[in-house]
Design a protein around this ligand. Structure first.
Ligand SMILES: Cc1cc2nc3c(=O)[nH]c(=O)nc-3n(C[C@H](O)[C@H](O)[C@H](O)COP(=O)(O)O)c2cc1C
Length: 361
């Protein structure tokens, strides 16, 4: 089993949804790095539950307590350990679920994998809550790559259910204008009407005792060329490893992704040229800024498919894992009708961490 990742910077994550706390240890951060705690708090707030009608009513302040590796506002270079206490953990909401596996959730696989010793409450270690430590580390990584390399990382919602946003042209964009359009929106999209339609889609699913999924598009701008270590540590592999660690992610494509397979080579190839500053550029970015697992200096772009929230209150068929018989399940706990809006900072963190790993000195 592995709750550890990273090579130059090792990150270890722990916790269960209804335990005392969740948290992590980041080992290998450079000494003397000034962490902007206000920025970290804002990033944590983007993921935390209970803020709007689209997310679970669980109320957590997601306040991070740094335990070590941080002194006088700066990293010390020794392991930075932190916890986030679980406060609103009403385990009784889940006690009736103990033996009834939620379809689409990890109750069955978790029980098999850990011989029934796993903490099942609220999904235990499989809960979306476990992404909070990842967002904390991701916020440090985002700050690091921006301050040292000018790299900017954004994401937006591309689709909720069947409702699609307008397409973004990352080759011809003003990052500040883009940020202005999406910043502080609970549903960050380019097209306001699409955003409203997405809200309705989520609300309709909720009223139907159901849930809905979607696609997040993430971009890294000003990423220097030459980053990535093929074969197994190609940048795509490193990002994918983190993305597929995030609960509920079921798809990932870089650049034009699966649609590239519909094109002829002459259209799929990103033709190259030198700009006025003798910087290599490409006319299109179908490869999402990565070739041979190495960045080419164009925006790093990928899209992540997030499935509909597995816990729904509509009655579903399932199994009773204790009695070993077929059963019916109706869930009464608190759940997101749509995970996508809260997952944006988690997905951005995966990119920031992958890049920081390659850039840190
Ligand atoms: C931010 C976030 C919040 C989540 N909230 C819920 C939730 O409220 N209810 C639920 O059933 N699943 C939720 N999930 C998804 C489950 O944790 C996930 O589907 C489950 O562990 C099974 O893993 P898999 O979907 O990756 O196979 C959430 C995931 C994320 C990233």
């Amino acid at each position: 089993m592995s709750s550890n990742t990273g090579s130059k910077i090792k990150f270890s994550l722990f916790g269960e949804s209804h335990g005392v706390a969740i948290g992590g240890v980041i080992d290998g951060l450079p000494a003397g790095f000034e962490i902007d705690l206000e920025y970290i708090e804002k990033e944590m707030a983007r993921r935390k539950p209970g803020q709007d009608p689209y997310s679970t009513k669980r109320s957590e302040d997601d306040q991070v307590e740094i335990l070590s590796g941080y002194f006088n506002g700066k990293t010390t270079g020794t392991p930075l350990a932190f916890i986030i206490r679980n406060k609103d953990n009403r385990s009784k909401d889940y006690s009736s679920l103990k033996n009834l596996a939620r379809p689409g959730h990890a109750d069955y696989t978790g029980l098999i994998r850990y011989d029934g010793y796993n903490d099942y409450r609220g999904g235990g270690h499989f809960s979306g809550r476990i992404t909070a430590p990842l967002v904390f580390y991701g916020a440090i990584a985002k700050q690091y790559v921006f301050e040292n390399y000018g790299i900017r990382i954004f994401s937006k919602i591309d689709r909720i259910g069947e409702v699609e946003d307008a397409k973004m042209d990352y080759l011809d964009m003003d990052p500040d204008k883009f940020l202005q359009v999406i910043r502080d929106k609970k549903i960050p999209v380019l097209n306001q009407d699409a955003g409203e339609a997405m809200k309705k889609e989520i609300e309709a699913a909720r009223l139907d005792q159901d849930s809905v999924g979607g696609i997040i598009e993430c971009v890294g701008l000003n990423v220097p060329p030459g980053l990535g270590n093929p074969f197994f540590d190609s940048l795509e592999s490193s990002i994918a490893r983190l993305i597929f660690s995030v609960p509920a992610t079921k798809g990932l494509e870089f650049g034009t992704g699966f649609d590239l397979t519909r094109m002829r080579g002459s259209k799929a190839n990103d033709v190259m040229y030198y700009d006025d500053n003798m910087r290599m550029k490409t006319r299109t970015n179908n490869n999402g800024g990565i070739l041979g697992g190495i960045t080419n200096g164009m925006p790093v772009v990928f899209r992540v498919g997030i499935k509909p929230t597995p816990s729904i209150s509509r009655e579903q068929e399932t199994i009773d894992m204790d009695k070993k018989e077929n059963a019916k399940l109706e869930i009464t706990g608190r759940h997101d009708p749509c995970i996508v809006p809260r997952a944006l900072p988690v997905i951005e963190s995966c990119l920031a961490i992958s890049l920081m790993e390659l850039l840190v000195v």
